[in-house]
Design a protein around this ligand. Structure first.
Ligand code: PLP
Length: 408
């Protein structure tokens, strides 16, 4: 007798992107680089939590130490306290989107939910992902046996939707005759920094409604949208309530990457095979999840308060200013730069068609700047690098000067 492992894990190419970057950076650091490294690779925030958020956490922590206000398991709807579900519902309402508070599931992360949502779908569903893509959608599809085998470049059973300069980094409807059942769309996009228009999203919502597909819409970077006509939610698009699930997070909007709070919206009108997906997810959460700490839910509530929002807005503006500095500096030096207007990511074309790992190495070794090679996000990412705007402002300016100086 022997326990059998999930063989799908054996097919994963070993998290090649960030470990490989780490390996190259460590090898270079060991040779005493001429300048301190500036890291604009991984997409973590650097600004501290807003004062209003910290104050709420301190107050909630004190409540936990008093018998009368102590909280144990959260017994309320969708593992979330009313105060947070109502605050989230109201934030949607401000953009004219009516979501019922009990359509909102609070969790510890958009990564958690994007990766777990597959639990409620059949393992033979066909999954479509954008190319390049946030790797979580691909890896978790593979773990669930939906991706087939990795052939060194692509997974045999995934439908890849190329996002290139030619289509404005937004996918066209699938060309072949395979109709995807589950369609991951991320806007504003990681890694390309592109944000979809309402018209672009409408095409996919209509397609999903016509074919019975479900759109898994990740709007983790919604807070970075600056252009007024760009939708913040898939539910701003006509017909989305019958075909879409939305994932949101406090990670990038309020600096919660280490605090952990997010939410997923599943409309009650969303059904497949006559079954409510909301009911299935509720059932799944009931068996696999016991909620987000009270202290953190109070912190998230404070992040949505007028004071918290004003404070978070200044961090977002800080990052968007970094994005502008990178975009303008690199464009002036002759590089082609996308993104950075509605997103904290810049998607930069390598000069002279250089492979993305070569450009990554050149910037690491000559400018001592760490970026992310586009090829790591999928075949269509070849020929690009991703630069994040989440760094320190002075370091970002210095990084741009260094990159420009090695281009010549
Ligand atoms: N979705 C996208 C597109 C992301 O880039 C990230 C984080 O990098 C996440 C989700 C993860 O969010 P969370 O911190 O809420 O798990």
């Amino acid at each position: 007798p022997m326990a059998h492992i999930n063989q799908n894990f054996q097919k994963l190419p070993g998290g090649y992107l960030f470990p490989e970057i780490g390996r190259r950076v460590r090898a270079f650091s060991a040779q005493n680089p001429p300048m301190p490294l500036i890291r604009l690779g991984i997409g973590d925030v650097t600004q501290p939590l807003a004062p209003a958020v910290v104050e709420a956490m301190v107050k909630a922590s004190r409540e936990m130490g008093v018998k009368e206000t102590f909280r144990g398991y959260c017994e309320e709807t969708c593992c979330a306290y009313d105060f947070l579900r109502f605050a989230i519902r109201d934030s949607y309402r401000e953009r004219g989107v009516e979501i019922a508070d009990d359509e909102i599931f609070v969790s510890d992360g958009a990564k958690t939910d994007c990766g777990s949502i597959g639990d409620i779908f059949s393992s033979d569903n066909v999954v479509a992902v954008c190319d390049p893509v946030y790797p979580v959608y691909v890896d978790t599809s593979a773990m669930a046996g939906r991706a087939g085998d990795f052939d060194g470049e692509k997974w045999t059973n995934l439908v890849y939707l190329p996002c290139t300069a030619e289509n404005g980094f937004f996918p066209s409807l699938p060309a072949g005759d395979r109709v995807p059942d589950l369609i991951y769309i991320c806007s504003p996009n990681n890694p390309t920094g592109a944000a979809a228009t309402k018209e672009q999203l409408q095409v996919w919502v209509d397609y999903a409604n016509a074919h019975g597909s479900v759109i898994l819409f990740d709007s983790a970077y919604e807070a970075f949208i600056t252009q007024p006509d760009v939708p913040h939610s898939i539910f701003e698009v006509e017909g989305a309530r019958t075909c879409a699930i939305e994932f949101r997070s406090f990670s990038k909007s309020a600096g919660f990457t280490g605090t952990r709070c997010a939410y997923t919206v599943i409309p009650k009108a969303l059904e497949r095979e006559g079954v409510s997906l909301h009911a299935l997810w509720n059932r799944r959460q009931g068996s696999k999840f016991n909620g987000v700490p009270y202290v953190v839910q109070r912190a998230a509530e404070a992040a949505l308060s007028p004071e918290g929002r004003a404070q978070n807005q200044s961090a977002i503006s800080y990052y968007l200013n970094n994005a502008r500095v990178i975009r303008e500096g690199l464009s002036a030096a002759g590089l082609t730069v996308y993104g950075g207007v509605n997103a904290p990511y810049l998607w930069v074309k390598t000069p002279g068609g250089m492979p993305s790992w070569d450009f990554f190495d050149l910037l690491l070794k000559r400018a001592c700047v760490v970026t992310t090679p586009g090829a790591g996000f999928g075949p269509s990412g070849e020929g690009y690098i991703r630069i994040t705007a989440f760094g320190d402002a002075a370091a970002t300016e210095e990084a741009v000067r260094r990159i420009v100086s090695v281009l010549d």
